[in-house]
Design a protein around this ligand. Structure first.
Ligand code: ATP
Ligand code: AMP
Ligand code: MG
Length: 195
């Protein structure tokens, strides 16, 4: 079973998922879509850092890699009884415009049970990006973040319509990580009961 976790850069996807993994270790597995893409694009295109992927590749190159990764995830999900959480993005900002992180070609190769959207106030996201020195995220103002948010929800709506899978929205407010982790853990447990 695959659950896809999305959210704006800096919304707290990886942080929340890692905390849930500590609680459900052995029952779930996390696949970072960006890490899987890096394994391919490092050699193929000489990409050095994960934040370069969306800046240095064309939409066509990204699409090819997306489909390769989606197929690998699908094969892996079929080989395990663990629930797979995919840490990824709904819409990716590139110099060509927003590109979908999930689209028809991927949905045909990967069966997804649910989509999760992790979000919070735009001001909090702006500050998290500035404070997190481990990444090269864009510095964006509230209008830009709001537009990205709208694109993310548009992609998720479309994926939900195409697949029938629900979209669960979790708010990860500053200083309330545990609340978001509890919500995601409970959501995953609900899906595990369906297995
Ligand atoms: P990306 O899409 O760029 O990988 P992300 O959604 O995975 O981003 P994280 O790396 O998990 O984001 O978090 C970004 C920063 O925000 C980190 O420094 C993290 O510690 C911080 N952060 C996450 N959640 C909270 C929270 N509830 N309160 C305060 N800081 C938080
Ligand atoms: P992350 O660490 O989740 O931000 O992932 C690193 C980078 O991988 C992102 O900035 C994107 O360029 C790329 N990436 C992650 N998921 C996808 C996806 N579904 N489609 C295209 N690119 C993606
Ligand atoms: Mg992350």
């Amino acid at each position: 079973m695959i659950i896809v976790i999305t959210g704006l850069p800096g919304a707290g996807k990886t942080t929340t998922i890692n905390e849930v993994l500590k609680r459900l270790d052995g029952k779930i597995e996390i696949i970072s879509f960006g890490t899987e893409m890096m394994k391919i694009v490092q050699d193929r295109y000489g990409i050095q850092h994960r934040d370069e992927i969306r800046k240095k590749l064309t939409p066509q190159q990204i699409e090819e890699v997306q489909i390769e990764v989606a197929k690998r995830i699908h094969e892996y999900a079929n080989s395990t009884s663990k629930l797979i959480l995919v840490d990824t993005h709904a819409a990716i900002k590139t110099e060509f415009g927003y590109i979908p992180g999930i689209h028809d070609g991927m949905l045909r190769n990967m069966k997804i049970s649910a989509f999760v959207y992790i979000t919070t106030k735009y001001e909090e996201i702006m500050l998290r990006r500035v404070r997190d020195a481990t990444r090269y995220r864009d510095e964006e103002d509230k209008v830009e973040i709001s537009l990205h948010n709208e694109m993310n929800l548009a992609v998720l709506s479309s994926c939900s319509i195409q697949t029938g899978a629900p979209v669960k929205i979790i708010v990860n407010r500053d200083g309330e990580l545990e609340k978001a982790v509890n919500e995601l853990e409970n959501y995953i447990l609900k899906w595990m009961e369906q297995k």
